[in-house]
Design a protein around this ligand. Structure first.
Ligand SMILES: Cc1cc2nc3c(=O)[nH]c(=O)nc-3n(C[C@H](O)[C@H](O)[C@H](O)COP(=O)(O)O)c2cc1C
Length: 202
């Protein structure tokens, strides 16, 4: 028998997990944020590139810096969330490959010399890591509210200014509110595609 999660755990991760916009008045400690990262970091990325970079905004001052970039419909839920994470990716992720992929040093140069390859690799794998992030957050008992309704360029100018000396080039991907959701305020859930609508067995 291969080990697998209990039905209760699958409910927590998938079937009962909702996208939340209203939050209970319960803080989220930094220790929980560290637990999220220490789980999600194990999710696979190509050549172990690990391009995701995350900013956790936990204070009113940090939230204020985000406010001008938010779409109107995302303002209230984000300002009220205990934490808002900016899921970003580093286009210069290859600078860390000597640590992350030490047995093949040529990989660093492959990406460093191919900006198009570096871009698609950082976006694809940074987005995958964003998915791992949501599942990791749910697995430690948090609720999530992911959002793409914001001005990426404004966020990048505010939080990820170009800095040649740091050897990074970070761009925002999506935002994710974190907290303990108020289930009483959830709207009805929309359906998903059935297996036969989304999948083919060849
Ligand atoms: C990448 C991403 C971006 C999203 N952007 C927004 C957004 O800007 N504003 C919003 O209210 N909801 C946003 N959502 C929430 C989705 O509409 C929601 O996750 C989806 O309808 C599923 O809802 P459920 O998890 O409650 O079933 C986003 C979700 C994802 C994953």
């Amino acid at each position: 028998m291969h080990p697998s999660l209990s039905e209760d755990s699958l409910d927590i991760l998938f079937r009962h997990a909702r996208t939340h916009s209203a939050w209970l008045d319960e803080p989220v400690g930094d220790d929980v944020l560290r637990r999220i990262y220490d789980l999600m970091k194990w999710g696979p990325t190509s050549a172990n590139s690990c391009p995701a970079r995350i900013l956790f905004l936990r204070t009113p001052a940090a939230k204020q810096r985000l406010l001008p970039a938010l779409s109107a419909g995302n303002v209230e839920k984000t300002m009220k969330a205990p934490v808002t994470a900016i899921l970003a990716y580093d286009l210069a992720f290859y600078e860390k490959m000597p640590k992350l992929f030490p047995h093949k040093p040529a990989m660093r140069d492959l990406f460093a010399n191919s900006p198009d390859l570096a871009k698609i690799t950082s976006f694809r794998n940074g987005t995958l890591q964003g998915g791992y992030f949501i599942l990791a957050a749910r697995s430690v008992g948090l609720d999530c509210g992911p959002m793409s309704g914001f001005d990426n360029a404004k966020v990048d100018r505010e939080f990820f200014p170009a800095d040649a000396s740091s050897k990074t080039c970070v761009e925002s991907n999506f935002l994710c509110n974190l907290g303990y959701g108020d289930a009483a305020q959830l709207p009805p859930r929309n359906p998903r595609l059935d297996f036969d609508e989304a999948c083919q067995l060849l």
